[in-house]
Design a protein around this ligand. Structure first.
Ligand SMILES: Nc1ncnc2c1ncn2[C@@H]1O[C@H](COP(=O)(O)OP(=O)(O)OP(=O)(O)O)[C@@H](O)[C@H]1O
Ligand SMILES: [Mg+2]
Length: 213
């Protein structure tokens, strides 16, 4: 996936936003290593390349936080510290690698991700930061092994599901997709598709995973 694909993804999201309120976006996938963090980080960067747009990228993968390493940031304070009530939203945020891009790392390691994500403070956090940004993009844990992404989805406006080309078993992709209500599922990002004559078909929107070819 290159810059052009992310620009296409951005314009699709703006098209969807004309029809429904859409600011809090969650990126997830069925399994580990499908490219959730890659897609979330690149999407956040392409969003702020448009003049004056501000984005907050949140590492919501409390089990396996890694985004901070890619961005050369510290892991804490961050989301977990906020959810524990140990810092406010401003202390949990850092300036990202580009102007207008802010980053909230996962925060300190915790043994109880589901309890934290459902303790009511995530809703509060998103309400408080929403007026400050044009987009809030939240990376999450994979859906099949753990329930965290399902908890986060309750507080998001839409979900992008990443599917790794030629790797994600279709039954697992379908099972992950069924965890979420239809109205939240914006579409599927097919990651790792080879370019060439089928390059135009890298992205699919608004279709059930199982029906794609
Ligand atoms: N389209 C791509 N092109 C190049 N590298 C990619 C692409 N997608 C993912 N990667 C690389 O593959 C690895 C796994 O991707 P990533 O960390 O985004 O997956 P993940 O779904 O977030 O995994 P986890 O569930 O472990 O958090 C990373 O090193 C990432 O940089
Ligand atoms: Mg990840």
């Amino acid at each position: 996936m290159g810059a052009e694909e992310f620009r296409t993804l951005r314009s699709r999201l703006y098209q969807i936003r004309e029809k429904m309120p859409l600011k809090r976006l969650m990126v997830t996938s069925a399994l580990p290593k499908e490219g959730k963090s890659f897609v979330a980080a690149n999407l956040a960067q392409v969003m702020v390349r448009q003049h004056g747009r501000r984005a907050l990228l949140i590492d919501g993968d409390l089990r396996n936080p890694g985004m901070h390493r890619h961005l050369g940031a510290t892991q804490s304070p961050g989301l977990a510290d906020y959810l524990l009530g140990e810092c406010d939203e401003f202390a949990a945020m850092q300036r990202g690698p580009m102007e207008n891009l802010f980053f909230m790392p996962a925060g300190r390691s915790v043994p109880s991700a589901p309890e934290l994500l459902s303790n009511g403070r995530l809703k509060l956090l998103l309400q408080r930061v929403e007026p400050l940004f044009d987009w809030i993009i939240m990376d999450t844990s994979p859906v099949i092994p753990v329930s965290d992404a399902t908890l986060v989805a309750k507080f998001c406006d839409g979900i992008l599901m990443v599917v790794r080309s030629n790797e994600t078993p279709s039954d697992l992709a379908k099972r992950a997709r069924e965890e979420f209500p239809d109205k939240l599922l914006l579409g599927v990002v097919l990651n790792g598709a080879s370019s060439g004559k089928h390059a135009h078909s890298k992205y699919y929107y608004g279709e059930a995973v199982g029906s794609q070819t």
